[in-house]
Design a protein around this ligand. Structure first.
Ligand SMILES: [Zn+2]
Length: 376
């Protein structure tokens, strides 16, 4: 059965000088409104033990706009300012539900530059998107088409530290489940290889079942290290330092983009080929701490993989089983069930007393699959 889901599509765009100025003003105003409302809510909370509602903040915003010193808030679309208050409301809801820390002020330098426009604040006509307070549509690079007949409900414009503009368009999409697949697979998250599958998928893994890190990543990392060294040499506060900073941000952004693309292709293939996918809940595994950079990178990728698998399995009618109890996946022989005495990290291959020869990671992936199938 086809499902209707909300889905965000993100594209680069190139603003005119005028649009860029208008957006920069909007980002600034949204941040100011967020911070000012946070300040008032904090005061009410600490001095009077009182919770301020979204409605009260919204009324306050109207009052601020009428004052002389904050009159400039009226020069930008009111919707992104309202949305900033909604985000603050959500931050407080999470705080009171003990899901998050107390909301923090958005800093000029470190916070994400973005503005959110709901339906009343943009027009969508003939495939062109025009934001409130703008005369011309955005020059969007349509790297992939929006779904047929899509009606955007929310549009988020942002600028990253590398100076790149992007627009994320939320719309309804229809997802049709894939035909049932025969395969079942277990996934092991690794450091040396990004991921190991209990059985290989041609074109995705090598013959053993291992997924390598993205091809360009090594070269990109070398480029990043070079850019970071160059940045470290620049004098603080100089314009050359600012330029070097943008360069570092650009390399970072490129690495993240490529990695995400890679993970998307990978998870789509895994979901297409398999009816049941078993993964390990890494919070269990991470009881054994390892603070290396490689570990941090692989954990971040793994979180992305898991999120992608979760929604893609739901979309396409697949079953994702998360094995959340600890078991010795590396030491257990997937052929006979014997547990080997010790398995130091440097041991990549081993032979069990039963005669089975194992690759450490493939064996672990097979054990995760078996545990997942047993848990269903
Ligand atoms: Zn064995």
């Amino acid at each position: 059965m086809a499902q209707r889901v909300k889905r965000a599509f993100t594209y680069r765009f190139y603003p005119t000088l005028e649009q860029a100025e208008q957006l920069a003003r909007t980002f600034g105003c949204a941040r100011l409104v967020y911070n000012k409302a946070l300040e008032e809510r904090s005061r009410a909370y600490t001095r009077e033990g009182r919770r301020v509602s979204y409605g009260e903040s919204s009324v306050a915003l109207t009052v601020w706009k009428r004052t002389e010193e904050l009159g400039f808030l009226g020069e930008v679309s009111s919707v992104p300012l309202q949305q900033a208050l909604r985000h603050l409301q959500a931050a407080f809801t999470n705080f009171f539900a003990k899901r998050a820390k107390y909301p923090r002020f958005k800093s000029r330098k470190r916070s994400r530059l973005s503005a959110e426009y709901t339906r009343s604040a943009f027009t969508w006509r003939d495939g062109q998107l025009t934001l409130a307070k703008m005369d011309t549509p955005l020059d969007i690079v349509w790297s992939r088409p929006l779904p047929e007949g899509a009606q955007p409900s929310t549009v988020t414009v942002s600028k990253d530290p590398a100076g790149r503009w992007s627009v994320s368009i939320l719309c309804q999409d229809t997802i049709r489940p894939l035909d049932p697949a025969d395969g079942v697979v277990g996934l092991d998250a690794g450091i040396t290889s990004l991921l190991t599958l209990s059985r290989p998928i041609p074109g995705v893994t090598d013959a053993a079942g291992k997924v390598a890190n993205p091809r360009h990543e090594r070269a990109d990392r070398a480029r990043l290290a070079r850019a970071q060294r160059a940045l470290a040499r620049k004098e603080k506060g100089s314009s050359n330092r600012a330029k070097a900073k943008v360069k570092v941000a650009r390399v970072h952004a490129r690495i993240a983009d490529r990695r995400r693309d890679h993970l998307h292709k990978l998870t789509t293939s895994i979901v297409r080929e398999n009816q049941v996918i078993a993964i390990e809940d890494l919070t269990v595994r991470n009881l054994v701490r390892n603070h290396s950079l490689a570990r941090a990178v692989s954990d971040a990728s793994w979180r992305q993989v898991r999120t992608m698998l979760e929604y893609k399995a739901r979309w396409y009618g697949r079953e994702l089983v998360v094995v959340d109890r600890w078991f010795p996946s590396s030491k257990l022989c997937s052929a006979c069930g014997t547990i080997a005495a010790a398995m130091p990290l440097e041991v990549r291959e081993w032979v069990c007393a039963c005669g089975a020869a194992h690759d450490r990671d493939v064996n672990a992936a097979k054990n995760i699959l078996a545990a997942g199938l047993a848990e269903r």
